[in-house]
Structure formats: C-alpha cells, structure tokens
Ligand binder design. Structure first.
Ligand code: GLU
Length: 314
C-alpha cells in the first residue's frame, strides 16, 4: 500500500466512527432520503495513481459542484466578458441569498452562489434549446471524467423544479435587471438538470484533473483549458467555493474547493492531486461537515495546503 493509500484509508476509517455528521439537505425533497452514514474519498495524484476508500463508487447528487464545470464552459464561450454578468468576490451570505442582489443591481457576487450560477447557465443556454445546453454540459463532464456512463438523476431535477421557489425568485429578480437573457423557466430547467448530475467520488476526482494540472488532462496530455484559466477558476473556488464558509475552509484545509448540498466536495491540490470527498450531512452553511474534516486531515498529513506549514506525516 502506498503512503497516500494509507492516509486515505485511515481517514475513511476515522470518519466511519464519527457521529457528528450534520444534517442531510431536505429542502430538495429527493435528497432528504440519502443515508447520512455514507462516506467516500478519492485522491488521484499527478502520476494518475488512485487512492480510494469508503463509498467511493456510489453516485451522489453533485449539486453545486457542477458549477465548476459550467464556469469552465461559460469562460470558454464568453471569455472575460463573463465577468460583466457576474462578479468574483466572496459573498459573505447564504448560497441562496436574495438581499445582496438588490444592492448590486441584479449582478451576482460570484459564479458559485445560486444567483451567479444561474447567470452562468443562462450564458451557456443562449443560442440553444434547453435540451441542447443540458446535453452540452453533461457531455463536457463525461469528457473530462473520461466516463460516458455519468448521467443526470431526473428524479432529483424534477424534485428541485417542483420546489425551487427561491431560485425562481433569484432568476426573476435578475431578469428584471436584464442579467438573464433567456426565458427564466428555460434557464432554471438547465440549472436544475446540471445540479442533478450524479457522480461518484472516483468520477468527480477524474473529472477535475484538468484543474489540478494547469488545464491539462494529465492522462492524455490534452489541454482542456488554458493554464491561466485553470488558475483563476481555482482562485474563485478558494475564495467563494464554500459560500459563507469559504474563509473557514481556507483556514482549516487550505485548498481550492467547491461544495454541493448533496454532501460532496471537490478539491484541488495544485500540481499534486485531484480530490473528491462525500459525506451527505451538512453544516449550517450548507457544506459537507465530515467532508471538510476529512480534507483538513488529508491536507495536514500530506502537507498539501497551498499556504504551507505542514510536513507530510507518512
Ligand atoms: N441545486 C441547489 C440549489 O440551487 C444547489 C445548491 C448547492 O449545492 O449548494 O439550491
């Protein structure tokens, strides 16, 4: 067993014993039934070696982690024009907050809060039918993960469509400022579907490799995006990837990361590893509670925090 496999196995064993798991998201009814004791962790290093433990092959709803992939696609389409529609500053508010939008005249703070991600989705949708845009996003995720079996959980998408009153309010509000170009229900349909993509930790860690390696898929040498763009997406993940818990995540883990209310977190150790963790219970900010704890231990034991400080312990 490699040192990294050892660390990953020990973390998974430790997380199994913990009882402080937080609460599974229930505002999307279809997510409420997920068992809180699930835990998966996958780390893929720069040589492509995979260290995996726990429920690492169980698909879960990636929810807001999908916003990394939509941001990548939208930047590819619009380039820096994207930043006219959406900012890149931490929000300091809840993921679905509406107050900030009023102060900032419908321009969302960053592409990872719900309003920002809806604006990004709207940009991808322009010039297409919703079905085509959903297909484009899904195919991109399958491509970067090198896995054509990745699919959308239609029951989750329908569940959110039925109950997504807040997101509908956010989208309508932005529409009133001209930030949304397409019919609101089209944009939201695409948004709910990409949030409902189901992936395992292994598939997610595979999919994000281009962010860990300067825009390049290290397995094929194929350039997915420019290095500068990968660096910037990582910067936005670090500052905004955990909503109002982003400061705490940087403080404790020290890696760019993006959470989703399905309990997943995708994280990057730049130049070193692509990491996915899943534990469905959430903290008060809507981020995976044990997912964060597991990444904190991983960063400490590997010495991977981008802020330095820890010596590898294995
Ligand atoms: N689809 C979820 C929503 O819009 C995403 C939130 C999240 O994962 O943080 O509420």
């Amino acid at each position: 067993m490699t040192a990294l496999e050892n660390i990953v196995n020990e973390i998974a064993a430790e997380m199994r014993l913990r009882t402080d798991r937080g609460e599974v998201a229930s505002y999307i009814p279809e997510l409420a039934g997920v068992h809180p004791s699930a835990f998966g962790l996958v780390v893929i290093d720069a040589e492509g070696k995979v260290a995996a433990a726990g429920d690492c092959d169980t698909p879960f709803s990636i929810q807001s982690i999908s916003k990394i992939f939509t941001l990548t696609l939208a930047l590819g389409k619009a380039g820096d024009r994207l930043w006219k529609r959406v900012g890149r500053e931490p929000s300091g508010s809840a993921f679905n907050s509406i107050v900030q939008l009023e102060y900032e005249r419908g321009v969302p703070r960053n592409p990872f809060i719900n309003a920002g991600a809806i604006a990004v989705t709207d940009l991808i949708l322009s010039g297409h039918q919703p079905r085509e845009a959903i297909g484009e996003i899904l195919r991109f995720v399958q491509f970067v993960a090198d896995d054509s079996t990745i699919a959308i959980d239609e029951a989750v998408a329908a569940s959110e469509q039925r109950t997504g009153f807040r997101n509908t309010a956010l989208a309508n509000y932005m529409k009133s400022f001209g930030v949304i170009d397409n019919p609101v229900h089209y944009t939201l349909g695409v948004y709910f579907h990409h949030c409902a993509i189901a992936m395992s930790c292994r598939q997610l860690a595979m999919a994000g490799r281009y962010l860990a390696h300067g825009g390049i898929n290290p397995a094929t040498g194929y350039s997915v995006i420019q290095a500068e763009r990968a660096r910037r997406i990582n910067a936005v993940m670090l500052t905004c990837g955990h909503y109002d818990g982003s400061g705490e995540f940087a403080y404790r883990v020290g890696l760019p990361g993006k959470s989703g209310v399905g309990g997943g977190i995708y994280a990057v150790a730049p130049g070193k590893a692509s990491i996915a963790v899943w534990s469905p219970g959430l903290d008060a900010n809507g981020n995976s509670r044990l997912g964060r704890v597991a990444l904190e231990i991983l960063a400490k034991r590997t010495g991977w925090s981008i802020f330095g400080g820890d010596r590898p312990s294995a």
